[in-house]
Design a protein around this ligand. Structure first.
Ligand code: GLN
Length: 447
């Protein structure tokens, strides 16, 4: 069924970089045998899944939507993918994304532009835009994405599906090609909150191969699928209702808050503080980590290598000039700058200090509230092409999602309305570290 959906729609939406049809059919046969013989049970047995193209899968092309990895076939699979396959999920293919997950529209991919299935004149969001679009277009049942500054939550919101970023360290990053390692987390994009909780329960695990992986006893997330918010304290940061927030988005968010209030939650507005510092802090830290993480793509060990060169240095220079796109290059340059001696203290160190203050502001908020409620992005999905000419506007649109990454917090986004064009509006619920269950419960009750 999923393959027939792909055959009917993929030409228009372009959700995938690689479609692994034969492998999927082979796997489906094996899984069916295991199910029939009673050796495989569980909610994901036989369910088709799409994987963002920055997660390694053994023997399957993994490009990060970059020319520099146009020929990269990993020799191992990422831990999250192994967990899914152990649970019987069937990988359909690898989804399109912004190059190395840098972007908010999936337009920086070297392999074409993904379109929003709710309205193909608009972007699907990013960087996990292919994953969100594939779920929305029913070209898979669910997908994995990665979220460094909103890349699961924002495309889920633009495409009208549910997306979740867990607490930093909950899902192993082993086999996830690093963007900004201190912020990256893998998570699910799915049709509803129940599916999201079910998938997260499968992929959450302690992994010795990831030094930032956390040992948790409380990953039975489906236990939180309870339709009740009586007495739950929900805070809405007043400072989120700033200039630039589309009136229709604001209205939909306040309506969603009212729904939860009517269902018994205690809802109030408060001042979170420091909101205006999130974007410069994030883009300084993320760029610094990029400049270091992307050093490995040098044309020697794997990936693309330039054809003609004059010595080693020339080979590095030409390979990286030809292999990386414009957005990636600008971030490598910015990152190298903020880490350089002379500027390190003024930029990188200051950003780390601001990050600690942002975390503190959330700590204070969570002394009072169980859940923070707000928008996902200031507007609904922009038109194709409109953000590329205005990168500053694109960076600013990350305002509501990036602070969760800076503070390591879990967040879930789900549809809460539509604008006048019928484009989905997303609601975001953020919890304190390890409090996924509270946001799942609130989201499930709202849904
Ligand atoms: N839009 C943000 C960026 O470009 C977030 C991307 C992400 O979460 N991977 O960095």
């Amino acid at each position: 069924e999923v393959i027939s959906q792909i055959e009917a729609k993929e030409e228009l939406y372009k959700c995938y970089v690689t479609i692994a049809k034969n492998r999927a059919i082979e796997r489906a046969k094996q899984v069916q045998e295991q199910i029939d013989s009673g050796n495989l049970t569980g909610p994901l047995a036989g369910v088709p899944v799409a994987i963002k193209d920055n997660m390694c899968i053994k023997d399957m092309l993994t490009t990060c939507s970059s020319k520099i990895l146009s020929n990269f076939i990993p020799t191992y699979s990422s831990e999250a993918v192994i967990k899914l396959e152990e649970a019987g999920a069937i990988i359909i293919g690898k989804t399109n994304m912004d190059e190395f997950a840098m972007g908010s529209t999936t337009e920086t991919s070297a392999y074409g532009v993904t379109k929003n299935p709710r309205n193909p004149e608009h972007v699907p969001g990013g960087s996990s835009g292919g994953s969100a679009a594939a779920v929305a277009a029913e070209e898979c049942f669910f997908a994995l994405g990665s979220d460094t500054g909103g890349s699961i939550r924002q495309p889920a919101s633009y495409c009208g599906v549910v997306g979740m970023k867990p607490t930093y360290g909950t899902v192993s990053r082993y086999g996830l090609i690093a963007y900004a390692s201190s912020l990256d987390q893998i998570g699910p994009l799915a049709k509803d909150v129940t599916d999201c909780a079910t998938i997260l329960e499968v992929i959450a695990s302690h992994d010795e191969k990831d030094s930032t992986s956390i040992k948790r006893e409380d990953t039975d997330f489906t236990k939180a699928l309870v339709n009740d918010v009586t007495g739950m304290k929900i805070g809405i940061p007043q400072d989120y209702f700033m200039k630039g927030l589309a009136p229709q988005v604001k209205e939909a968010i306040l309506n969603a808050a009212k729904v939860l209030k009517d269902k018994g939650a205690i809802v109030e507005e408060f001042d979170l503080g420091l909101v205006e510092y999130a974007i410069p802090t994030y883009y300084t830290i993320a760029a610094a980590e990029v400049s270091s993480n992307l050093e490995r793509f040098d044309g020697i060990k794997y990936g693309y290598r330039t054809n003609e060169f004059d010595g080693l240095h020339d080979m590095y220079k030409k390979t990286r000039s030809e292999g990386f796109g414009k957005e990636v290059k600008s971030r490598i340059m910015l990152g190298s700058f903020v880490l350089s001696s002379g500027y390190y203290d003024a930029y990188y160190l200051k950003a780390l200090r601001t990050k600690a203050l942002i975390k503190k502001a959330f700590d204070t908020a969570f002394e009072k509230y169980d859940v923070i409620l707000g928008p996902v992005a200031p507007t609904t999905a922009p038109k194709l092409g409109s953000s590329l000419n205005d990168p500053m506007k694109m960076y600013l649109s990350d305002i509501y999602t990036i602070s969760a990454n800076l503070a390591g917090l879990p967040g879930i986004t789900l549809p809460c309305g539509k604008d006048e064009k019928g484009l989905p509006i997303g609601l975001q619920l953020t919890g304190n570290c390890y409090q996924e269950k509270k946001i799942i419960q609130a989201a499930y009750t709202y849904e």
